[in-house]
Design a protein around this ligand. Structure first.
Ligand code: SF4
Ligand code: SF4
Ligand SMILES: [Zn+2]
Length: 274
């Protein structure tokens, strides 16, 4: 397998991957979405709520606030030694919200949640949670835990994870009359006309939509769009809970472990049969 990083920042990562097949990249995508754990608020103890919003609605909104995750310091509740329903310092983080609209109507934002661990705080401070009229109060304790996307979408560490085949565009200089229709119709500005020549200027942006091929009036078509076998562009966008490269490393580790378990089960079955 060959991998090149095409783009990478704090939230996004785009890779060129060659030498794997669809089942592998799709398994990687599914593990990222459903198996890589991250922190989310899972339980709320409402101490006072005089806003017009129901306790359940506020709890639901809190659950969907992405939290920065410290994967190395916390255990999944099911793997924690405490085995307690309430949790312990190794599998639970407490966040407190204590606000009152003293001056007049005001909004309550995610940034007002006070966490007992400075490493586990909302990814953004400006997510609205509730609106309070004058003298209304909201006091609560929220408990965040590690969890997996397969149990609830709030535990998905990504807002997007997808792959596509790596495009391959061929332009025949013999049949192309440089009319430029393919350049004009391309929604991703993949093609450009330089003098009398049509050139591919941003191959990675191509979505394989085939609009350029349909627009070409030559017979046979002067442009062909296909893809390279076993070569993919793999993109992921983190919710901010974890860095994109950490998400990918965790996914590879989990997939590797699952494959080993699967292999072990096949061996056990075979030895039972023989
Ligand atoms: S297939 Fe679609 S995206 Fe790709 S070059 Fe043609 S028009 Fe553009
Ligand atoms: S539409 Fe066809 S003929 Fe016109 S520039 Fe594109 S490839 Fe060439
Ligand atoms: Zn615990």
């Amino acid at each position: 397998m060959e991998i090149k990083v095409l783009e990478k920042d704090d939230k996004n990562m785009r890779l060129w991957i060659k030498g794997v097949d669809v089942p592998y990249v799709n398994a990687l995508r599914r593990v990222i979405i459903s198996e890589v754990p991250c922190m989310a608020i899972d339980e709320v103890v409402m101490l006072e709520n005089s806003s017009i919003m129901q306790d359940e609605t506020i709890a639901h909104r809190l659950g969907l606030v992405p939290l920065k995750t410290d994967l190395d310091s916390y255990n999944l509740p099911e793997d924690c030694k405490c085995q307690s329903e309430f949790g312990c310092n190794l599998c639970r983080v407490t966040l407190i919200l204590d606000v009152e609209a003293k001056e007049g109507t005001r909004s309550v934002y995610s940034g007002e949640l006070v966490s007992e661990n400075k490493e586990v705080t909302p990814v953004s401070d400006t997510i609205p949670i509730a609106k309070l009229a004058k003298e209304q109060k909201l006091r609560l304790e929220a408990y965040a835990r590690l969890g997996k996307g397969k149990n609830h979408a709030k535990w998905q560490p990504v807002s997007m994870c997808a792959y596509k085949y790596f495009p391959k565009i061929q332009i025949s200089s013999k049949h192309c009359d440089s009319c430029g229709k393919c350049v004009d119709i391309c929604p991703r500005k993949v093609l450009a006309k330089t003098g009398d020549k049509i050139e591919v200027k941003d191959l990675v942006a191509c979505t394989l939509c085939q609009d350029c091929v349909e627009a070409c009036s030559q017979d046979p078509k002067a442009i062909q769009v296909g893809w390279e076998e076993n070569t993919f562009i793999f993109s992921l966008e983190s919710s901010g809970a974890l860095k994109p490269d950490r998400i990918l490393k965790e996914a590879v580790r989990i997939l590797d472990r699952q494959l080993k378990e699967f292999e072990g089960q096949i061996k056990v079955k075979k030895s039972e049969e023989s």
